[in-house]
Design a protein around this ligand. Structure first.
Ligand SMILES: Nc1nc2c(ncn2[C@@H]2O[C@H](COP(=O)(O)OP(=O)(O)OP(=O)(O)O)[C@@H](O)[C@H]2O)c(=O)[nH]1
Ligand SMILES: [Mg+2]
Length: 371
């Protein structure tokens, strides 16, 4: 249930980045946010927020006639239930919200399976909590369910997970074949990666003449598309792939569930790490760090990165002329572009060609040199 148009009260941390991001997520989830309140510590105590804040929320929910409270942190099922009981509103945490958006956007069979797996991974610790509570005579989490029923539910979740993993493993085998076929072609493989909404698909469309969905909403792309791109001036070709975007505080199990999609990044010769440089420096720093963490969880070597500074059309002339000198980017090779307007495309193509030069790549095992 994405609660399309449902009125919501949001609780987030007292910083602008967190606030903007959760509002973007709430919008992508289809919520109409009526009020935002902040708290330094989230996810603690009986309600996931302080008890004073919980009382305040009860009033806000009533005043704004909201039916949902969105908490920008992970909560246990008893915290969510306690707060829900007090405020008479549905309570969803950050993970649930991201899962709802993913579920709404998943279009391919693989993306749907990945979302189902993530849903089960979300449910499992909560079912475990319900088992513990039912053993103690409390039944928070699955109210009204007896110990036996909870145990059955727990085992059913496990079984379902195994089933979905098997199906995903099969799609992965198909992918594996594709990867080895690609190797035979001897065409370098280049992947787009980066924070959600950084402009990956916009650049993909420009380079491939595709028309994949582009939008300011978060998580527009959930599956991977790969296309052959010719660089006539260089008389060479590459395979370019566009994939799901990253977000900060992305739970590991979500990355895990999307592993077969994101695994492409590991087999790639070059990763174009897209950064939206039109944002405030603090946001750029947080997003860059968060992308690096996710990429290292996926075992992508830093030496494979080319940082693409996108949306320079939104900077004034002065900022545009020296953005790449920002200390944030000192450890990276960079190129600045506007995927929308087309600025910097020649420099980008040249860098891609340099970094995927078959003479350089041929020294690496597993890639044959094209004629
Ligand atoms: N001004 C400006 N806007 C851009 C540029 N590149 C992309 N955008 C806009 O940024 C928004 C996000 O673009 P997408 O290409 O969908 O971003 P993405 O990285 O694929 O996002 P996800 O699929 O959600 O991960 C869209 O509204 C684009 O029009 C650019 O160079 N300049
Ligand atoms: Mg996209």
């Amino acid at each position: 249930m994405s609660g399309s148009g449902a009125k919501a009260v949001v609780v987030t941390y007292p910083d602008e980045f967190a606030r903007d991001e959760i509002l973007g997520l709430a919008k992508a989830g289809g919520y109409d946010v009526k009020e935002v309140v902040t708290q330094k510590d989230l996810g603690r105590s009986e309600y996931g927020v302080g008890s004073g804040k919980a009382q305040e929320l009860e009033g806000l929910v009533a005043d704004t006639e909201s039916d949902t409270i969105i908490i920008d942190e992970s909560m246990t099922s008893s915290q969510a239930n306690n707060l829900s009981r007090l405020t008479h509103a549905r309570v969803i945490d950050r993970e649930r919200l991201i899962l709802n958006i993913f579920a709404k956007r998943a279009a391919t069979t693989e993306a749907k399976l990945q979302v189902q797996l993530a849903e089960l991974r979300y449910e499992l610790p909560r079912a475990r909590e319900a088992v513990r509570n039912s053993l103690r005579g409390e039944q928070a989490g699955f109210s009204g369910m007896g110990e036996y029923a909870v145990d059955v539910k727990f085992r059913a979740l496990k079984r379902q997970m195994g089933f979905i993993k098997d199906r995903l493993e099969k799609t992965k085998t198909v992918r594996g074949l594709h990867a080895s076929e690609r190797r035979k072609l001897g065409v370098p493989f280049v992947s787009l990666a980066g924070y959600t909404s950084s402009g990956k698909t916009t650049l993909f469309n420009r380079l491939t003449a595709e028309s994949k969905d582009v939008s300011p909403d978060l998580f527009t792309t959930l599956s991977t598309t790969t296309r052959m791109v010719a660089f006539p001036n260089f008389r060479r070709k590459i395979l370019l792939s566009d994939t799901v975007g990253f977000i900060s505080r992305l739970p590991t199990y979500l990355v895990e569930s999307f592993r077969s999609t994101l695994d492409e990044l590991r087999h790639t010769d070059l990763v174009l790490l897209m950064i939206d440089v039109s944002e405030p420096p603090e946001s750029i720093g947080i997003k860059l760090r968060s992308c690096r963490e996710t990429l290292s969880e996926l075992d992508v070597e830093p030496s494979k990165l080319l940082v693409v500074l996108n949306k320079v059309d939104l900077l004034d002339v002065r900022a545009r002329s020296k953005i790449e000198l920002d200390p944030l980017f000192k450890d990276y090779s960079t190129v600045k572009i506007s995927a929308v307007r087309g600025d910097g495309m020649h420099q980008l193509r040249t860098k891609i060609m340099e970094r995927t030069d078959p003479r350089g790549l041929a020294r690496r095992p597993g890639l044959t040199t094209p004629k």
